[in-house]
Ligand binder design. Structure first.
Ligand code: HSE
Length: 301
């Protein structure tokens, strides 16, 4: 028996939708799993992956798999699996690499150990590892998702024609580090500021009124605070908007920046690269479509 899971990159928050909104992107990690008889969990990664990913104690696919095995009470001697990962999602760049990995591990455990879990159960397990549901929801369901803690998750399709342009810095930023600068409470005016924009964001994405994204992706909840860690952020958002992007924001907890366009993305990519150079931050740009598909599981006997 072999299980193969393909899971997409995701971009969470999109400015105003902190910890709630995410979209799936057309960049995919793949994990192939084969049961082994010795009870150990081993992991290999494609060439070029970071050496740290080979440690089963920290690799998020292994952690997702072990977490789901614990939930299923699979005896340790029958958990043995060899995991082979192809990592295309940039790591620790705000593109949901850990959510895709943890989700893949949970889905592999479910497939190998006959769990018949529904999507909310899978999502709850991944969220226990991630600490927030937004990236995991979009990785599981594709399209765009609205997540609330301890409640239902809703998927909706992004209206056709929207493309993402990403600036992916060379630096990494761990989400837990990026969360240390967040406020514990919000001024009412700031809460209303984000609430209205988040509602507008859902409408803009679903209806295709992409001209609303400029306002809808603005935020007072996390981006101003994270600018302390990522000082180039305002300049890159402004550059993308000046170059014609419909909207732009920090991708997830950063450090990547995501801009959206319904026209030719190449000018925005060039402008982002130039603005990054001007602010002294190195990295590369990626143009990608949004993914309507979420994670996909294939089993072969
Ligand atoms: N909503 C999370 C955060 C996303 O902003 O911390 C992390 O990718």
């Amino acid at each position: 028996m072999q299980v193969r899971v393909v899971a997409p990159a995701t971009s969470a928050n999109l400015g105003s939708g902190f910890d709630v909104i995410a979209v799936a992107l057309d960049i995919y990690n793949e994990v192939t799993a084969e049961p082994t008889s010795d009870g150990t969990i081993t992991v290999t990664c494609d060439a070029g992956s970071e050496p740290g990913l080979l440690d089963p104690d920290s690799n998020m696919v292994c952690r997702g798999y072990a977490h789901a095995c614990n939930a299923l009470k699979v005896p340790s001697q029958t958990r043995g699996v060899a995991l082979a990962c192809v990592n295309r999602i940039p790591i620790a760049r705000g593109l949901g690499s850990s959510a895709a990995a943890a989700l893949s591990g949970v889905l592999i455990a479910a497939a190998l150990h006959d769990a018949h879990w529904d999507d909310p159960h899978v999502l709850a397990l991944v969220t226990e590892l991630e600490g927030h549901p937004d990236n995991a929801a979009a990785a599981l369901l594709g399209g765009a998702t609205i997540s609330i803690a301890d409640g239902p998750t809703v998927r909706f399709a992004v209206h056709e024609g929207l493309h993402a342009v990403l600036f992916v810095p060379d630096i990494q930023l761990r989400t837990d580090a990026a969360r240390t600068v967040l406020p514990h409470s919000l001024d009412r005016a700031d809460a209303v500021y984000n609430l209205g924009r988040c509602a507008l964001l859902v409408h803009a994405l679903e209806s295709g009124r992409f001209e609303l994204l400029r306002d809808a992706m603005d935020d007072r909840w996390h981006q101003p605070q994270r600018t302390v860690l990522l000082p180039y952020l305002p300049a890159l958002i402004a550059a993308a908007l000046d170059a014609g992007a419909c909207g732009a924001a920090l991708s997830g907890a950063g450090p990547s920046v995501i801009a959206f366009t319904d026209a030719d993305p190449s000018g925005i990519a060039d402008t982002l690269q130039a603005a990054a150079h001007f602010t002294g931050i190195t990295g590369h740009t990626l143009n990608c479509a949004l993914s309507q598909a979420g994670a996909h599981v294939e089993m072969t006997p």
